[in-house]
Design a protein around this ligand. Structure first.
Ligand SMILES: [Zn+2]
Length: 255
């Protein structure tokens, strides 16, 4: 996932700055054939520049979302975060604004399978990241929904997104929720692996920094080993690798 931050600080929603505790994620799509992220944000060299002033970083709009997924200037798909996640957005015209983080997927002509699979994947990864950040289970009722589902649940205005698009490419919102849950599992696993790796490295660093034990000092183990050319005497508390053991034994037997 590529996630770029460009807050829409001139949008009235950002200026209102109402705090929110996220309880879910609502998926939207723009309803206009324009996959370019720069259509909705001012942009930069990477995103592309909006030269028409019709982006959402201006006062007088009654809408704002937390992120857009669409194309960067070079055509690659990315996400741009446009509001802090813990600030209410104006995205669904209902009480979902008080509970759900929102993002818009920039629509193209709706028929290109390559564009669809790229933005779908980006949406899965962004939603998974948010579920992890806010400890949300994507399979719990009402947590991950699209705008159309929000309307059915009575928390959003009557819009069809994204059910006019996803099914054209064989995806339902249930598929989306399951894909998000799988992504959460895989992100959790790599996060745990990372924590274990860091913990092991920190234990090893602690051992390497330990001074010699009193018994080894009393027995002059380290000085004698140094004199005998068996060890350089450093890191007395470290674990020893097999190759270090081999080198010490060879030194001890004089080979
Ligand atoms: Zn919508």
């Amino acid at each position: 996932m590529t996630l770029i931050q460009q807050y829409l600080t001139k949008n009235d929603c950002y200026k209102a700055g109402v705090a929110m505790t996220p309880k879910g994620v609502m998926v939207h799509s723009t309803g206009a054939d324009n996959p370019s992220l720069a259509r909705y944000v001012p942009g930069n060299a990477t995103i592309g520049i909006n030269r028409y002033g019709n982006h959402w970083n201006r006062p007088g709009l009654d809408a704002c979302v937390h992120a857009f997924i669409g194309q960067l200037d070079g055509g690659a798909v990315a996400a741009v975060q446009t509001l802090p996640w813990e600030m209410e957005g104006w995205h669904c015209g209902g009480s979902g604004n008080h509970t759900h983080i929102s993002f818009e997927i920039c629509e193209d002509g709706l028929d290109d399978p390559h564009y669809f699979s790229a933005v779908y994947r980006e949406a899965v990864e962004l939603t998974a990241m948010l579920c992890m950040e806010y400890d949300l289970d994507p399979l719990d009722d009402g947590v991950v929904i699209c705008h159309a589902e929000g309307h059915t649940r009575g928390i959003a205005s009557n819009h069809g997104d994204v059910l006019h698009w996803f099914p054209r490419h064989g995806k339902t919102m249930d598929d989306f929720r399951e894909d998000v849950a799988k992504e959460v599992d895989s992100m959790t696993e790599s996060k745990i692996r990372q924590i274990v790796r860091e913990e092991m490295a920190s234990v090893e660093a602690e051992r390497a920094a330990q001074p010699a034990s009193p018994w080894a000092v009393d027995a002059k183990v380290i000085t004698r080993a140094k004199e005998a050319g068996i060890s350089d005497g450093t890191r007395p508390g470290s674990t020893m690798t097999r190759e270090e053991g081999m080198a010490m034994i060879l030194a001890a037997v004089g080979k």
